[in-house]
Every structure is written in structure tokens, then in C-alpha cells.
Design a binder for this molecule. Structure first.
Ligand SMILES: *[C@@H]1O[C@H](CO)[C@@H](O)[C@H](O)[C@H]1NC(C)=O
Ligand SMILES: [Zn+2]
Length: 451
């Protein structure tokens, strides 16, 4: 298609007008321009906070400088020396109402730099607008989007009714014991009088954002069989290997039954009990490997089990004791980790994700109002720091506004498109506005009642 001279002039005029309209708010405050927003995100991504040696202080300094530019109150708390947690506060006009906590973690998982197309701490933007960096999805995006949303809300003159807190915690990627776990159990946290927490979710390859109302609890099981040792040529009963293999057969049948429910679409990934063998330890070592003509007297296997809060932990315990490691087959078992499935009130560790929970309703409506779509609420398949909060019976929603994006957390070439990032800021702007304006007490009935 060709344009005449006049149509080109006309097009220029139209784009000029569009530019003026879209940059009305930016004109008031140059820090709200897209290049500045993206550049701030890049700066945060460029701080190497990879485990096992995260540059926590650099990240904290950067976040506090952001807080200053937004006139937010800030403090740094070290529950464990060398592991700062940055807490920011935007005071509400009614400090008696429960507050909002916007949670994120500052650390990221390690990367094999040479396997990346662009260096994982370069925050390189390619011609498609994809920003490559470790943490671009998990979860530096979310931490910065909270701040950018607040920047926009402040520029628009919005005053929160409820106090809004932001916490940037260390160590999530190594279990959160020196970060979120200590924070959520602290007096300091109790004093914040938090009514709802937003934590991380997962990227969605479809146009629907994903939201998580619970997560599965890891049970790391080790089963051990003993049996009569003997010559490798003899056929006899009750060897350690045979005893262990009977368990493994039973475990595999159970695994298949759970996996089938996902395959036929009856259940989501986080709704089944996943069971995966992670190690096998048996055999009599020799200088060249293993002795081939001896049946060993011991054999062991490790299994990573993930239990959704909707499952019955007692029946799983019974299955382990009676079928997977029965004493009658000379087997024993122990747990390397056994996270609770129920909260301290004995209820399934989950946040209601329906219209009976006003925080859920507000989030759902805000996402729609900002032009986003939300998929069916899900159970997070892995672990997040939200478990330390739900354990206390407090509500948390896992949400990262990342749609139309492949799920790349912990993988090579983790990236986030800049338009997706910018859209996420609008989504948070709507959510934070709705949450901070919510006038009712809005406690998650049932659990809070008993506190
Ligand atoms: C269990 O161990 C005992 C004692 O060594 C042995 O007599 C019995 O046959 C073993 N049973 C099985 C099922 O391995
Ligand atoms: Zn994360």
C-alpha cells in the first residue's frame, strides 16, 4: 500500500495526538514513561541475587532508593545476619483496618550462564521486546510491578484507606527459613495486622492469568528394605531387593493412578498427590562398580511426594506404613521433610477462592476491570513462601500477572516481554486500588475468627 503526501501528514498528526493522549500522565511525571519503567526493571534484574551468594545488600539499597523516590517508609530487618528483608509502608487513612501485604522475594536460582542466549544478568532486550534475565519471571517482575503500580496510583492522587506494605524477602529459593518463615512468625509481622497477602504465581502460556489459592506440601520419603544376603545365582525369597521392588511396584501403580487423573483432565497438576522416585541406593560396591554375584542385604529408595491440602494425609500415612514400607516385609521408612497439610487449626491449608472470600472477589473483579482474564483457581504444584502464612490460617493468593508467556522459571533463557510486564503493572494498579479502598473488615471468615 502507498500513502500520498497528505495522508502521511495526516497520519503524523493522528500519531501525535495519540501520543499526547497516552502520555498525559507521563507528561506530569517523566518517571512514568515507558523507557524509565523498563530501565528500572532492568536495574533490578542486573543485580546478581543468585543463590548461593546473592548480593542482598545491593538489592536492598536499590529497593530503598525506589521507596525514597516514592516517599514510602522503609526499614530493613535481618532476622539472620547478612539476609536483609526490606519492608516498605504506604500508610492508609484508616490504620485500624487490616493491612495489605505485597510479598516478593529478592533471590533467584543459579543459572548456567554459557547456556543462555544473553547473559542472565544483562537484562538484554531483543527486537521482540523480550527481556532476558534470571528473575524476570521468578519473581523480580512482581516486586517491581508492585512499586510501579504504586507510582502510578500516587501520580493519580490515590489515597489508600488501608495501609499497604511491601516485603522483599531473602532465601525463598532455598526454603525461606531465614526469610519469610521467620518474618511471618515474628512479633513485627503480627503488629502489621495483615488481612491479605499477595505472593507469587506462575506464568501462563494462554491469555488467562493463573491464580493460586493453596500449594502442595512436600513429603520427602526414604524407604529402606533389609533382607537375607546371598549368592547372585540363587533364587530365594525375602531379599532386600525383592522387598524394595514390591514397594516400588505399589508406588508406581499409585503414581499412575494420580497421573491418569491429570491426563484425562479430571484434576489439575496441583490437585493430585505426585510421587516421583528420586534415588535408589543398593548394591555391594567393587573397584569397578558393583559386585555382580551378591544379592545385597539392604536397599533404599527416596521418593519426592507432594500432597495437596485437599488430600487426606492420614490415609496417605497409612498407605506408606502398610503398602510402601510394611514392617511385615522388613521395611522401615523416614521423612527427610514432612510439611504439614493442615494449618494450626487443623484445617486444610488453603485460601478460599470463591465469592465467599471478599479478597478473592476483589482480585477477580480488578483483573477483569483492567482488561485481563483469570483462569480457574489452582493449587500451586511446588512450594512458595505463602505456606508459612497459610500455616497460620491467614489468607494468601499466589498471582504473577504473566499471560501469553512460556513458563520458564528456573530454566535457561528465562524472559518476560516488556508489553506483558507493562500490562501487569496496570493489573496490579487495579488490584491494589481495590484492596486498599476496601472498607469492610474483610477477614477470611473461619480461620481469622479463631485467632
Ligand atoms: C524379615 O526378617 C526376618 C529376620 O531376619 C526373616 O526371618 C524374615 O524372613 C524376613 N521377612 C521378609 C518378608 O523379608
Ligand atoms: Zn519465586
Amino acid at each position: 500500500m502507498e500513502f500520498s503526501c497528505t495522508s502521511i501528514v495526516y497520519l503524523h498528526l493522528v500519531s501525535l495526538l495519540l501520543f499526547v493522549a497516552s502520555s498525559k500522565i507521563e507528561a506530569l511525571d517523566p518517571t512514568l514513561s515507558t523507557p524509565e519503567i523498563i530501565s528500572r526493571f532492568q536495574q533490578y534484574l542486573q543485580i546478581n541475587t543468585a543463590q548461593p551468594n546473592p548480593q542482598y545488600y545491593e538489592a536492598a539499597d536499590f529497593l530503598i532508593s525506589q521507596a525514597k523516590s516514592l516517599s514510602l517508609e522503609s526499614q530493613t530487618i535481618e532476622f539472620v545476619k547478612g539476609k536483609p528483608l526490606v519492608l516498605l509502608k504506604w500508610p492508609g487513612t484508616n490504620p485500624h483496618l487490616p493491612s495489605i501485604l505485597l510479598y516478593s522475594h529478592t533471590d533467584v536460582v543459579p543459572s548456567e550462564d554459557h547456556k543462555w542466549t544473553h547473559h542472565p544478568f544483562s537484562a538484554h532486550i531483543d527486537e521482540k521486546g523480550n527481556i532476558y534475565a534470571r528473575g524476570s519471571q521468578d519473581m523480580k517482575c512482581v516486586g517491581m510491578q508492585y512499586l510501579e503500580a504504586i507510582r502510578r496510583l500516587k501520580a493519580s492522587g490515590f489515597q489508600p484507606l488501608r495501609t499497604v506494605y511491601l516485603s522483599f524477602a531473602p532465601d525463598e529459593e532455598i526454603g525461606g527459613h531465614d526469610g519469610a518463615e521467620k518474618f511471618y512468625e515474628s512479633k513485627l509481622f503480627d503488629d502489621l495486622n495483615v488481612g491479605i497477602v499477595l505472593d507469587e504465581g506462575l506464568a501462563s502460556p494462554s491469555e488467562n492469568y493463573r491464580a493460586f489459592y493453596a500449594e502442595r506440601s512436600p513429603w520427602w520419603l526414604v524407604i529402606k528394605a533389609i533382607g537375607t544376603p546371598g549368592h547372585g545365582a540363587r533364587l530365594y525369597d525375602n531379599t532386600a531387593m525383592e522387598n524394595l521392588l514390591k514397594s516400588i511396584e505399589s508406588i508406581r501403580r499409585f503414581r499412575a493412578s494420580q497421573f491418569d487423573m491429570i491426563k484425562v483432565g479430571l484434576k489439575g497438576e496441583g490437585e493430585v498427590i505426585s510421587v516421583n522416585m528420586v534415588f535408589l541406593k543398593a548394591g555391594t560396591p567393587s573397584p569397578t562398580g558393583f559386585v555382580m554375584n551378591v544379592q545385597p542385604s539392604e536397599a533404599e529408595a527416596g521418593i519426592d511426594i507432594r500432597v495437596p491440602p485437599t488430600a487426606d494425609p492420614e490415609s496417605l500415612e497409612k498407605r506408606i506404613a502398610e503398602e510402601w514400607a510394611p514392617i511385615a516385609r522388613n521395611m522401615t521408612f523416614s521423612f527427610k521433610q514432612k510439611a504439614p497439610v493442615h494449618d494450626k487449626f487443623g484445617k486444610p491449608m488453603l485460601t478460599k477462592a470463591d465469592r465467599s472470600n471478599p479478597w478473592w472477589t476483589l482480585l477477580e473483579d480488578a483483573v477483569h476491570k483492567a482488561g485481563g482474564k483469570l483462569g480457574k483457581p489452582e493449587i500451586f504444584p511446588g512450594a512458595t513462601d505463602a505456606r508459612y502464612l497459610r500455616r497460620r490460617g491467614l489468607p494468601a493468593i499466589g498471582f504473577s500477572p504473566i499471560a501469553n508467556t512460556p513458563l520458564l522459571l528456573h530454566e535457561h533463557d528465562e524472559f518476560l516481554n516488556q508489553d506483558v510486564y507493562l500490562k501487569g503493572i496496570e493489573i496490579y494498579e487495579a488490584i491494589i486500588k481495590a484492596y486498599a479502598s476496601f472498607a469492610e473488615r474483610g477477614t477470611d471468615k473461619g480461620s481469622r475468627d479463631e485467632l
